[in-house]
Design a protein around this ligand. Structure first.
Ligand code: PLP
Length: 387
């Protein structure tokens, strides 16, 4: 039996590096491997390539290249932003975040609470939109830091960062934005908004894994969290991963071109086709967050009374990669904290699947999934594999 054709719809987990990215990384590994801090010419040409990448990444988010710090990815950027700011303040602080953040933020703020900081979480409505009145209440002139995501990794729901930034600015707090799922999918211009810190990660926009960046607005003071050499203007010690950084630069430039050429519209049209195909064919299927503005590539579909894990296994057997936000802990399936915060009923949350598309996704792939999903739902229902 031949293996089914792979249909990769798990791009929010990680995306496929594009061929120009792979070429740039390979070239840098093979022939540009000098340490960018070395004074010889070979080192200086690696330095030049790293600085070009800094410019490409800065351009993707509208930043001054001097305000971009390279890190090992989204999680490290987030840690550097949040821990770096609190370390600079050097006192117990008030931090505000939301109930639907990625674990890179939620687990970090749990740790901050244990260390004596005060953390407040702002809730969302049933479509995943942030409660801006609650935000305005919780952020006071005593608040040191507000950390909020731009696009949700599970539902694709976009927070209104424009309004959020204005509210935070009036209280004088520092704003960190987790833009890991937003970068490359929506236009970002930090020059236009009072955002102080912004985290991005290359592997979410067709770049290499294990590399990312933190934008640090001028006059925003943070302490390094990895102390070593004096790389990255003393904000992040350790020899730069130049090949990955160069690959991220290429990915950033391609992402900026794609945004300028409305590639996102094509992806959104495929996502909408997938949603309407499934909702029409599967009675009771619901799009989580449908009423909110969302990034172009993500849909989170709830199948009533279905166990998401069974569905993911059958999809995988048929070559389709998707995911669910549920986590298996001590033998029981915990529904996603994001869907729980949206008050999605448990039986729907347990049966919710995320499909995340890319610019490489084709109409034929989407049509195959539209054909497959109703068959698999029927199979699971008749096998009694329900939540
Ligand atoms: N923030 C969000 C919203 C994410 O989706 C992810 C990864 O899925 C991260 C942060 C962490 O990024 P990384 O995998 O680069 O550490």
């Amino acid at each position: 039996m031949t293996a089914p054709q792979l249909i990769y719809l798990d791009n929010n987990a990680t995306s496929q590096p594009l061929p120009p990215v792979v070429d740039a990384v390979r070239d840098a590994l093979q022939s540009g491997y000098a340490n960018p801090s070395s004074v010889h010419q070979f080192g200086q040409s690696a330095r030049h390539a790293v600085e070009c990448a800094r410019g490409q990444i800065a351009a993707l988010v509208g930043a001054d290249p001097r305000d971009v710090v390279f890190t090992s990815g989204g999680t490290e950027s987030i840690n550097l932003a949040i821990r770096g700011l609190l370390a600079y303040r050097g006192e117990k602080c008030h931090v505000v975040t939301s109930t639907v953040e990625h674990s890179a933020v939620t687990r970090l703020v749990q740790q901050l609470r244990r260390e004596g900081h005060t953390v407040d979480e702002v809730g969302v409505d049933c479509n995943g939109r942030l409660d801006l009145d609650q935000l305005a209440e919780r952020v006071t002139n005593q608040t040191a830091l507000v950390s909020l995501m731009w696009a949700n990794n599970e539902t694709g729901v976009l927070f209104d960062i424009n309004q959020i930034a204005r509210i935070v600015e009036t209280r004088g707090a520092t704003l960190h934005v987790d833009a890991v799922q937003a970068a490359g999918k929506i236009p970002i211009n930090v020059a236009d908004l009072p955002i102080h810190l912004l985290s991005i990660s290359a592997h979410k926009f067709y770049g290499p894994k294990g590399t990312g960046a933190l934008y640090v607005r001028k006059r925003t003071r943070i302490r390094p969290q990895i102390i070593g050499g004096r790389q990255e203007r003393d904000l992040r010690g350790g020899t730069e991963n130049a090949p990955a950084i160069i690959g991220m630069g290429v990915a950033a430039e391609l992402a900026a071109d794609a945004l300028a050429n409305d590639t996102t519209l094509r992806i959104a049209a495929l996502r909408d086709r997938l949603e309407s195909g499934i909702v029409t064919a599967v009675p009771g299927a619901v799009i989580n967050g449908a009423e909110a503005p969302r990034i172009c590539n993500t849909t989170n579909i709830g199948f009533p009374s279905l166990a998401a894990e069974g569905m993911l296994i059958l999809l995988s057997e048929n070559g389709v990669c998707a995911s669910s936000g549920s986590a298996c802990s001590s033998g029981s399936l915990e529904p996603s904290h994001v869907l729980a915060a949206m008050n999605i009923p448990d039986e729907l949350a347990h049966g919710s699947i995320r499909f995340s598309l890319s610019k490489l996704t084709t109409e034929a792939e989407i049509d195959r999934v539209i054909e497959l999903v109703p068959q698999l739902v029927k199979r699971l229902s008749s096998a009694g594999m329900r939540a």
